[in-house]
Design a protein around this ligand. Structure first.
Ligand SMILES: NC(=O)c1ccc[n+]([C@@H]2O[C@H](COP(=O)([O-])OP(=O)(O)OC[C@H]3O[C@@H](n4cnc5c(N)ncnc54)[C@H](O)[C@@H]3O)[C@@H](O)[C@H]2O)c1
Ligand SMILES: [Zn+2]
Length: 278
């Protein structure tokens, strides 16, 4: 490993060892070491979903709420497939390392993620300390919506992989088809209530942690939808705060912050070993 990377690992380990507060921010790259695809550019999306390449559709076309009105089985083809994939995925060991740091060091922690896959909850993170900025695939809402209600996604999906159509569909109690409670592209019907509540919890958390030594640990957040990168930078602007950005490719950081050009699991594992040496 190049010396500069090892220096970054040591700096990150020291910052976490001295921290009182840990804010974990993550994008699709956090799931890659659990075997999940990210959607880096059209090529990345088509590699994960070759059937959409045949149909000439990119991520922004597949993730469009229009399908749930015009062709619900097609809308659920993409999201039903992902629901089943995320349900059977086991979060990688890095999630466990993070939980171990939090409990063994008595850190106050909060997770902010653009992922809709529920992997932090699955790994045992406290539900009341998670903000899912783009919503969750494990929750449903009405397509209209007829009301602001959000409820658990308990549908079993079977997808015809040739046509990318779902054979089953969940429904709202008004009779309309339900859709995932996820903020899609060109989406004016997303019900934001659940995410708004999570956002208020984050604001109260930040207020309560004022003056504490803080680390913002970002993993796998891309530049195509830069919400998480922007949030990490904003959150780490307060004094006594460091930003550690883990990303094998898009890893530029503001001056003075720590950049780790590594995969998430590898970086967490190395930081863990470096902390043990301190
Ligand atoms: N699992 C999910 O819930 C999921 C999956 C794909 C996309 N999305 C959503 O799509 C939108 C675009 O997502 P994005 O910008 O996060 O993703 P992206 O697919 O555009 O980028 C992923 C980022 O992760 C990095 N990466 C790849 N492998 C990694 C690894 N092993 N460790 C660490 N980093 C790695 C890439 O270099 C890239 O910067 C977001 O809203 C995102 O939430 C969600
Ligand atoms: Zn309804």
């Amino acid at each position: 490993m190049p010396e500069t990377v090892q220096r970054g690992i040591d700096e990150a380990a020291r910052a976490i060892a001295e921290a009182q507060t840990l804010i974990i921010t993550s994008g699709a790259g956090m799931g890659v070491d659990s075997g999940l695809p990210d959607f880096r550019g059209p090529q990345g999306f088509w590699k994960a979903y070759p059937m959409y390449e045949n149909l000439g559709l990119g991520f922004t076309d597949a993730a469009n709420p229009l399908h749930f009105r015009q062709d619900p089985p097609f809308g659920w083809g993409f999201y039903g497939h992902r629901t089943e994939l995320y349900r059977r995925t086991i979060p990688h060991q890095g999630f466990e390392l993070l939980r171990h740091w939090i409990s063994s060091r008595g850190l106050e922690a909060f997770v902010v993620t653009s992922n809709v896959d529920g992997q932090f909850q699955k790994a045992g993170f406290d539900e009341s300390r998670i903000l899912e900025v783009h919503g969750s695939i494990h929750h449903l809402q009405c397509t209209a919506p007829c009301e602001e209600r959000i409820w658990p996604n308990e549908e079993d999906f079977q997808i015809d992989l040739k046509s990318m159509r779902s054979r089953t569909l969940p429904h709202c109690r008004c009779g309309l088809v339900a859709r995932p409670n996820i903020l899609m592209f060109a989406d004016s019907s997303w019900v934001s209530g659940r995410t708004d509540t999570q956002q208020r919890r984050l604001e109260a958390f930040i207020e309560g942690q004022r003056g504490a030594r803080q680390v913002v640990l970002e993993m796998g957040a891309g530049t195509s939808v830069p919400t998480i990168r922007w949030m990490s930078e904003q959150l780490s602007k307060v004094s006594s705060s460091s930003l550690v950005r883990i990303n094998p490719r898009e890893n530029e950081v503001p001056p003075g912050q720590i950049r780790l050009p590594l995969r998430a699991l590898d970086a967490l594992d190395r930081i863990d070993r470096a902390m043990a040496r301190l």
